[in-house]
Design a protein around this ligand. Sequence first.
Ligand SMILES: Nc1ncnc2c1ncn2[C@@H]1O[C@H](COP(=O)(O)OP(=O)(O)OP(=O)(O)O)[C@@H](O)[C@H]1O
Ligand SMILES: [Mg+2]
Length: 315
Amino acid sequence: MTYLRRGELFIEGFSSKGIDVEARDLVKIYKIGRTIEVHALRGVNINIKAGEAVCIMGPSGSGKTTLLNIIGGVDKPTGGQVVVGGVRVHELDEDKLERYRLKTVGYIFQAFNLVPMLTALENVELPMIPLGIHGHSRRRRAEWLLKAVGLGDKLYHKPFELSGGEQQRVAIAVALANDPPLILADEPTAELDIENAMRVIDLLIKLSKESGKTVIVSTHDPRIAIRADRILRMEDGVIKSEHKPVELEEGASLTKLSSLADEVKARLAVAEKQLHELAVKLSRGEISGEHFDKEYLRLKILIEGYKEILASLGH
Ligand SMILES: Nc1ncnc2c1ncn2[C@@H]1O[C@H](COP(=O)(O)OP(=O)(O)OP(=O)(O)O)[C@@H](O)[C@H]1O
Ligand SMILES: [Mg+2]
């Protein structure tokens, strides 16, 4: 169920499913003054299916935020196309873009972007107002969302009365207010301690796995990466490579593993085994050097990531 009538809104849950996101030959050139040009995106192609959780990783300055801003309709590309759920976002005029940002995209910015004078509840209600949602519906939905992110006891707190992790969770509730099919999150765990980071990651992954939303997260955090369906690696304004987190072996299903550390250890063991098998295959001449190099790099990145996570978990 989505909107009942103008002004009415279902109160609880998420009903809109995810949508496909496609970018073709995206280019973004920022001009600084008359002479300096920054080539932030140099021809990005992505194809993300409805309901996927995709993680964008890459060094600082590689273009992650620029890409999210263009997909989210916050910034315009210099060239190329962005098609979200069949809508050609790069061609929308300002009015249509505003509606697209309100209804289609839930954007969780790195800086939480909360209005300081308003309570958590009022911040979550804010994006529902331009869609004409009635006051009582707004309030009940905002309450439900804040409870869903674990802040049912902080409804009337203003941002400065909340911790960084709590502010980030309010920002997520704000992004989810209008039940958007597409969730974008820019470094959502950068400022958070482990406990809050894990809550935020769980929430984002659940939105994809349980509610079928399309979720795109830019991050340096390998704890998000291992839970995503795919990892896109950006470098210098292009997608350099694509990885899938190592699949768990049969029998080691997530539900049987009691903690994140167990999950990471299981995935690390699989990746190390695959690396060993790869070396054996190369020595027997069963695979080409080129294939070896590609797979070796992929597994090395994953193994480093898993080790980093274990270290951050105190193992
Ligand atoms: N508004 C702007 N004007 C000029 N240059 C910009 C602007 N925004 C970004 N850039 C430049 O574009 C490039 C890509 O920046 P972007 O913010 O997308 O990188 P990022 O991958 O998100 O980095 P980080 O991991 O540090 O957040 C950088 O060289 C940056 O300096
Ligand atoms: Mg960034």
